[in-house]
Design a protein around this ligand. Structure first.
Ligand code: NAP
Length: 487
C-alpha cells in the first residue's frame, strides 16, 4: 500500500541552527525526503541560518553532503537532489546580535506560510523570538518550532513559555517531541479510537500493567556536559515517556483536534501520583561492555562524583477511575543490551482456565514497537498443532508497518518529516502545549528534589545489560517481570 501524500501550501521555512547536528542529520535530509515524495510545493523555500558565513552555494553543498550521508543511496538521485537544492537559501544571522536580520527580513515573503525552526540551544530561543519580532519578520500567523529540552524544571519551563509568549501566541508555538511524530505512536490513537475491540478492555479491570521501555545502546557520547546536568529523568521521562504514557492512558478526545487531544493528555498528567522512593531505581553504567574497554558514565561526563542517572525505572500510578490499580512501569537508559523502544499493554489472566495449569500459558500482550521496525504485535493463545492433546501455545498476531504499509518496506516518513509538514499545515495535535509541559515538570520536580535531598547514588550496571539488578526487583516484588529488551 503506497501512502498518500497530502499537498501543503507554499512556505518559507527558516531553519535556525542549520549548520548544527540536528539540522544536518534529521531536518534537512527529512525535507529532501518530503521533496522526493512530492510534498514540497514548487515555490517553497528552505532558508538555512546560523552565524557561520556562507552563501547559498555553500549551504547547498553542505546540504548535498548531509543528504549523501544520511539518505540511503537507493532513495536519492542526482536529478532530484539538484532540484531540491534549488529551494535552498542561506542567510547568516547572530541570534544575539543584529547582523543579518535585515537580509533575512528582505527574503521572507509575507504571503506564504512562514515557519521558523529554532534548532539552536534553548538559551537562544528568546533572542530569536525577540529579533523576529523586532525586525518585523514574522507574520501574525507565523509558526515557530522549538526543540527539546523545554526547561530543566517547572520554573525554567515557565520562564521559557513566558519568553515565547511575549512575541507569539500559543497557537503559533510548536514544541517538538519527536516521539509523537512516530508512525506507531499515532497508530496507538488509531488502534484505540478507531476500533471497538480494545476499548472495553482498556482499563484497570482487564489490564494488569503497562510497560514503557526506551532502551539505548549508546552512552552519553559528546553530550556529556549537558547530560550530566540533566539525567534520564529530565532527558527522557519528563517528555518522551510521559507523552507515551498519556497516549495509552488518556480518555477518548471528543474529536481528533489539537486541543481536544491535548486536553485529555493533560488530565492524565494531573492524575499522576507522586512516586515513592522505593518505586524508583536509578542507575549509572560502569566501564566495560562488549569488547571490555568502554568508558564508564563518570568518565564520559568527566565528573568522578556524579550522581546523575543514565538509567531510570519507575512505577507510576494514575489516580483515576480507568487506571486505579494498574501500575505503569517506565524504564529508559543508556548503554543497555539493545536499542529498542516498546510499549507493552499486559492484560490480566483469564478468570478461570478450563485447560488446567498449562505450562505454555501466557497473558495476552499488546506490544507496540517504536523502534526499530515500527509495528504492533498482539500475542494470543492458541492450541498447539498436532495430536498431543489440548496444549496451548502463544502466537503473535504481528503487524510490521513497514511490511504492511510501506512501499519496499521502508517508506514510513521519519518523525521529523511528519512533524515539519504538520507545522506547515498548522496542525498542533502532535506538539506539546505549554500547560502540558509545565504539568509534566510539576510532577517531575518533587521526585528529583526528593532523591537529591536524600543524596541517593545511582546503582551501577554493566554496559550491555538490561540495567541495574534492583530494577528487576521493582517488578519481581509485584509478581511481574520486565519484557526482554530485544532489537
Ligand atoms: P549544535 O550541533 O550545537 O548546533 C547549534 C546550531 O546553532 C549551529 O548551527 C550553530 O551554528 C547555531 N548557533 C549557535 N549560536 C548561535 C547564535 N548566537 N546565533 C545563531 N545561530 C547560532 O546543536 P544540535 O545538536 O543541532 O541541537 C539543536 C537543538 O536541537 C538544541 O536545542 C538541542 O537540544 C535540540 N536537539 C538536538 C538533538 C540532536 O540529535 N542533535 C536531538 C533532540 C533535540 P553557528 O555556530 O554557525 O552559529
Amino acid at each position: 500500500m503506497v501512502s498518500r501524500v497530502i499537498p501543503v501550501d507554499p512556505f518559507d521555512l527558516v531553519v535556525f541552527g542549520a549548520t548544527g547536528d540536528l539540522a544536518r542529520r534529521k531536518i534537512l535530509p527529512g525535507l529532501y525526503r518530503r521533496f522526493v515524495a512530492g510534498q514540497i510545493p514548487e515555490t517553497s523555500r528552505i532558508i538555512g541560518s546560523a552565524r557561520t558565513e556562507m552563501d547559498d552555494q555553500g549551504f547547498r553543498a553542505f546540504v548535498a553532503e548531509a543528504i549523501a550521508e544520511f539518505i540511503d543511496a537507493k532513495k536519492r538521485d542526482a536529478e532530484s537532489i539538484a532540484r531540491f537544492l534549488d529551494h535552498l537559501r542561506y542567510v547568516s544571522v547572530d541570534a544575539k546580535g543584529d547582523s543579518g536580520w535585515p537580509e533575512l527580513a528582505a527574503l521572507i515573503r509575507p504571503d506564504v506560510v512562514q515557519a521558523y525552526y529554532f534548532s539552536v540551544a534553548p538559551s537562544l530561543f528568546g533572542d530569536l523570538a525577540e529579533r523576529l519580532h523586532r525586525h518585523g519578520i514574522a507574520s501574525p500567523e507565523a509558526r515557530i518550532v522549538v526543540e527539546k529540552p523545554f526547561g530543566r524544571d517547572l520554573e525554567t519551563a515557565k520562564a521559557l513559555n513566558a519568553t515565547l509568549a511575549a512575541h507569539f501566541a500559543e497557537s503559533q508555538i510548536y514544541r517538538i517531541d519527536h516521539y509523537l511524530g512516530k508512525e506507531t505512536v499515532q497508530n496507538l490513537m488509531a488502534v484505540r479510537f478507531a476500533n471497538i475491540l480494545f476499548e472495553p478492555l482498556w482499563n484497570a479491570r482487564h489490564v494488569d500493567h503497562v510497560q514503557i521501555t526506551v532502551s539505548e545502546t549508546v552512552g552519553v557520547g559528546g553530550r556529556g556536559a549537558y547530560y550530566d546536568k540533566s539525567g534520564a529523568m529530565r532527558d527522557m521521562v519528563q517528555n518522551h515517556l510521559m507523552q507515551l504514557l498519556c497516549l495509552i492512558a488518556m480518555e477518548a478526545p471528543y474529536r481528533f483536534d489539537p486541543d481536544a487531544v491535548r486536553d485529555e493528555k493533560l488530565k492524565v498528567i494531573h492524575a499522576l501520583q507522586p512516586v515513592a522512593p522505593e518505586d524508583i531505581v536509578r542507575g549509572q553504567y560502569r566501564a566495560g561492555g562488549p569488547g571490555g574497554n568502554g568508558s564508564s558514565y563518570v568518565e564520559d561526563v568527566d565528573h568522578r562524583d556524579s550522581r546523575t542517572e543514565s538509567y531510570i525505572a519507575l512505577k507510576v500510578d494514575i489516580a483515576n477511575w480507568r487506571w486505579k490499580g494498574t501500575p505503569f512501569y517506565l524504564r529508559t537508559g543508556k548503554k543497555l543490551r539493545a536499542r529498542a523502544s516498546e510499549i507493552a499493554v499486559v492484560f490480566k489472566e483469564v478468570p478461570h482456565s478450563i485447560f488446567g495449569d498449562e505450562e505454555g500459558w501466557r497473558e495476552n500482550v499488546l506490544a507496540i514497537r517504536l523502534q526499530p521496525n515500527e509495528g504492533m504485535t498482539l500475542s494470543v493463545m492458541i492450541k498447539e498443532p498436532g495430536p498431543g492433546g489440548m496444549r496451548l501455545t502463544e502466537v503473535p498476531l504481528d503487524m510490521s508497518f513497514a511490511e504492511a504499509l510501506g512501499e519496499d518496506g521502508a517508506d514510513i516518513p521519519d518523525a521529523y518529516e511528519r512533524l515539519i509538514m504538520d507545522v506547515i499545515r498548522g496542525n498542533q495535535t502532535l506538539f506539546m502545549r505549554g500547560d502540558e509541559v509545565e504539568a509534566a515538570w510539576a510532577w517531575t520536580d518533587p521526585i528529583i528534589a526528593a532523591w537529591e535531598a536524600r543524596g541517593d547514588r545511582p546503582k551501577a550496571y554493566d554496559p550491555g545489560s538490561s540495567g541495574p539488578e534492583d530494577a528487576l526487583m521493582l517488578l519481581h516484588r509485584d509478581g511481574r517481570r520486565w519484557r526482554e529488551i530485544r532489537e
